[in-house]
Design a protein around this ligand. Structure first.
Ligand SMILES: *[C@@H]1O[C@H](CO)[C@@H](O)[C@H](O)[C@H]1NC(C)=O
Ligand SMILES: *[C@@H]1O[C@H](CO)[C@@H](O)[C@H](O)[C@H]1NC(C)=O
Ligand SMILES: *[C@@H]1O[C@H](CO)[C@@H](O)[C@H](O)[C@H]1NC(C)=O
Ligand SMILES: *[C@@H]1O[C@H](CO)[C@@H](O)[C@H](O)[C@H]1NC(C)=O
Ligand SMILES: *[C@@H]1O[C@H](CO)[C@@H](O)[C@H](O)[C@H]1NC(C)=O
Length: 396
């Protein structure tokens, strides 16, 4: 059963104009593929790290990024004023009282938006399908420089400050009706009156930037694969790249051969396993199936940019005084990057209250057995349900 799919051109975030053209069939009748044109004004930073044009460069770059001394690598500012092309999928259930609540999903690094929409046993693993089944509308997008979204300069343009502005624009479009107006089938059928943001890992950093800078746009937040700073010891960021980062075109010439200087991919499937997966033994009921690791490497894995890696700790992420909704931190029990493989007891509620001083509620939930990539582990749907139950308990 095919329904219409439109490529939509958004001329300005606050002044949408749609011009539909056919792209191809959607994955489900409730879902619509969008190509959004999002104007952004932001201030990026210039960094004095070497360029990455080979695997040798990528390792050298990781060591420089980890250097104990000369940690200020910022040499100046770069004003950005340009319009970006962002690929997204908007799904709206046909009925139900929660379709007026939209979850905006922001995926992490080394992944594309399929992280949220795993197509192996989607009823178990796809966050998107589970959210739809729970009645919510969903916007799932490829971040700038990832998947079908635009791949701009990896050093100067693809940075976190720009991504926060893109997410701000998506939130604004959800609130003011422009998002729905882009899909003729949906226009007028409903209205989003609650906007929930869900992040994973780096996507939670971008979302926390949104909460700190534009917190009044967000009604509720679920941050996964991420804890507020100064909590559990986290894996030194550079160590991840030294061990796992390679020049994307050398890692996979078929998938990423056309990616330019500064695009960095996981070295191989085991590098991806290191960052995303946990299975303490083969009978662990909450570990992962090898199929999922293979799927993740073949379908979900994506390069990152030098610029987003270096800028992620430079944006304003805390505190978030304008955010007054509830927030849930939902972590995989054995998340390596966020908690050094044990998230039990890793949450500092005092610290969280300092950085979200006006949040209506701050909660913490540990999904048993899962690693960093919560959507790729057995029992994933039960973890999603924990998040949806929490939303319900908060009136969503
Ligand atoms: C880092 O260096 C730049 C330029 O050299 C300077 O403008 C900036 O204030 C420094 N940042 C910090 C945190 O010291
Ligand atoms: C950004 O670009 C637009 C269109 O080119 C221009 O009208 C606007 O003044 C620019 N804004 C800034 C802050 O430079
Ligand atoms: C496998 O791991 C699970 C979860 O940590 C644990 O409950 C179980 O006892 C382990 N089984 C063996 C044989 O070690
Ligand atoms: C928790 O956070 C508070 C406030 O930032 C800090 O004073 C305290 O040392 C932290 N506790 C631990 C165990 O890190
Ligand atoms: C599956 O996840 C649910 C929700 O977090 C949890 O209650 C349950 O114990 C988990 N099952 C296993 C086998 O870990």
């Amino acid at each position: 059963m095919l329904s219409t799919v439109f490529q939509l051109v958004l001329l300005a975030a606050s002044n949408a104009a749609a011009s539909p053209t056919f792209l191809g069939p959607p994955k489900a009748p409730a879902c619509h593929e969008l190509t959004l044109r999002i104007p952004v004004t932001a201030t990026n930073l210039r960094f004095n790290l070497p360029t990455v044009d080979s695997n040798l460069d990528a390792v050298r770059w990781g060591i420089e990024d980890s250097r104990r001394t000369n940690v200020n690598r910022t040499t100046g500012e770069i004003p950005i004023n340009q319009t970006f092309s962002i690929a997204a999928q908007l799904c709206v259930p046909s009925h139900g009282s929660k379709k007026s609540q939209i979850q905006i999903l922001t995926h992490g690094q080394f992944a594309n938006r399929k992280y949220w929409d795993v197509q192996l046993q989607p009823e178990e693993y796809s966050y998107v399908e589970n959210a739809l089944a729970a009645g919510y509308s969903v916007l799932n997008y490829d971040r700038l420089s990832v998947g079908a979204s635009e791949h701009p300069d990896a050093y100067t343009v693809a940075q976190t400050a720009v991504e926060v502005e893109i997410l701000r624009s998506l939130n604004t479009m959800a609130h003011n009706g422009h998002l729905l107006s882009l899909v003729p089938d949906l226009a007028g059928s409903t209205k989003f009156d609650k906007v929930i943001n869900v992040g994973h890992s780096y996507g939670s950093i971008v979302t926390s930037g949104l909460l700190a800078q534009y917190g009044d746009l967000v009604d509720a937040a679920i941050l996964t694969g991420f804890l507020p700073p100064a909590e559990a010891a986290a894996l030194p960021a550079g160590a991840v790249l030294i061990a796992n980062g390679r020049f994307a075109p050398e890692v996979d010439p078929v998938r990423w051969g056309t990616y330019a200087s500064g695009y960095i991919a996981n070295a191989d499937i085991y590098a991806l396993q290191t960052i995303f997966f946990s299975r303490r033994n083969d009978s662990d009921p909450a570990g992962f199936d090898n199929d999922l690791l293979e799927y993740a490497w073949n379908e979900v894995a994506a390069p990152i940019t030098s610029g987003e890696w270096l800028s992620k700790s430079e944006i304003k992420q805390f505190p978030a005084p304008a955010f007054t909704g509830p927030i849930l931190f939902l972590e995989g029990e054995h998340d390596l990057g966020a908690c050094l493989a044990d998230c039990n007891g890793a949450f500092n509620a005092t610290r969280a209250t300092e950085v979200y001083p006006n949040a209506k509620m701050i909660d913490y939930y540990v999904q048993p057995g899962a690693g960093h990539g919560l959507t790729l582990h057995r029992n994933a749907s039960a973890g999603y349900k924990a998040g949806f139950d929490w939303l319900s308990s908060q009136g969503f």
